[in-house]
Design a protein around this ligand. Structure first.
Ligand SMILES: *[C@@H]1O[C@H](CO)[C@@H](O)[C@H](O)[C@H]1NC(C)=O
Ligand SMILES: *[C@@H]1O[C@H](CO)[C@@H](O)[C@H](O)[C@H]1NC(C)=O
Ligand SMILES: [Ca+2]
Length: 274
């Protein structure tokens, strides 16, 4: 661990593109470890999992409950969730990157509820899967392609995937749909993809998508985005392939604004509101 910190300190000095902004590390050697952390809730909604159930959810997906340290490493690269979840050894907490009055008591860090004596309490879960789960993750590279689990085969029932994207401060994220086919229903209640222009799936709702029509590109306003894919207990479809790329925000000296132009594709969700 000490060696790691030293190495980190060394790299810290030399790596030009790295740095703290809003208390968050942009790019780090922790990424590899941290990227295996993800949030899970029961299909029936928030705060429905006992400790034993939370453990089972992570194990079913080939991982285990994340430790406090793993959650903190993930937080350091921008993992932010406004939902308390079980961690290893019966601890409960959630990671806050961006302080807000409605979540995390205006502080940043792991909001720690401590080791619970009553393991029948119901919370969400934070899992860790080092083997690069196909479903969700935290991404900080300048471009990446996401696929539904199993793609190009049909996705499975009862999937919940979160993709957290964070590019360099000052950049924006462009989402391009390469292929899209989710079970279709009029209000996208069964299977859907949701896009959020924020760290989590609470703020910045952009749109909810289903069916087989290829949605238009979406461009973020900031350098973070969250994508959430859910499938219900029956009927699957081909799934999707989505590419994101980091866009450099034009320098002020350019003297021209692309914002207006980009905005026409922004909030393009089939059920886009806000
Ligand atoms: C433990 O938590 C459950 C769920 O919140 C509650 O129903 C139960 O009464 C609690 N048990 C004790 C001993 O406090
Ligand atoms: C660009 O946008 C900024 C902020 O919206 C505005 O103040 C400025 O006048 C715009 N510049 C041009 C050239 O449109
Ligand atoms: Ca379905």
């Amino acid at each position: 661990m000490i060696v790691l910190i030293f190495l980190f300190a060394l790299l810290w000095d030399t790596a030009a593109g790295w740095g703290f902004k809003d208390g968050v590390l942009h790019n780090s050697i922790w990424l590899e470890r941290a990227a295996g952390v993800y949030h899970r809730e029961a299909r029936s909604g928030k705060y429905q999992l006992t400790y034993a159930e939370a453990k089972a959810v992570c194990q079913y997906e080939g991982g285990h409950l994340a430790t406090y340290q793993q959650l903190e490493a993930a937080r350091k690269i921008g993992f932010h969730m406004c939902a308390a979840g079980w961690l290893a050894k019966g601890r409960v907490g959630y990671p806050i990157v961006k302080p807000g009055s409605n979540c995390g008591f205006g502080k940043t860090g792991i909001v720690d509820y401590g080791f619970r004596l009553n393991r029948s309490e119901k919370w969400d879960a934070y899992c860790f899967n080092p083997n690069g789960k196909a479903c969700g993750g935290i991404f900080t590279d300048s471009k990446h392609i996401f696929k539904t689990p199993g793609y190009p085969k049909e996705y499975e029932n009862d999937q919940t995937c979160y993709w957290h994207i964070r590019v360099k401060y000052g950049q924006r994220i462009q989402i391009q749909f390469l292929d899209f086919d989710l079970e279709d229903d009029t209000a996208c209640m069964a299977d859907y993809l949701e896009i959020y222009d924020s760290y989590d799936d609470v703020n910045g709702f952009v749109g909810r998508y289903c069916g087989d029509e290829l949605p238009e590109n979406v461009i973020s306003t900031g350098n973070v985005m969250t994508l959430k894919f859910l499938s219900d207990a029956s009927v699957t479809a081909g799934g999707f392939q989505i590419k994101y790329i980091a866009l450099d925000t034009p320098k002020k000296s350019d003297g021209k604004n692309t914002t207006t132009q980009d905005n026409k594709n922004y909030l393009a969700g089939r059920f886009g509101i806000v």
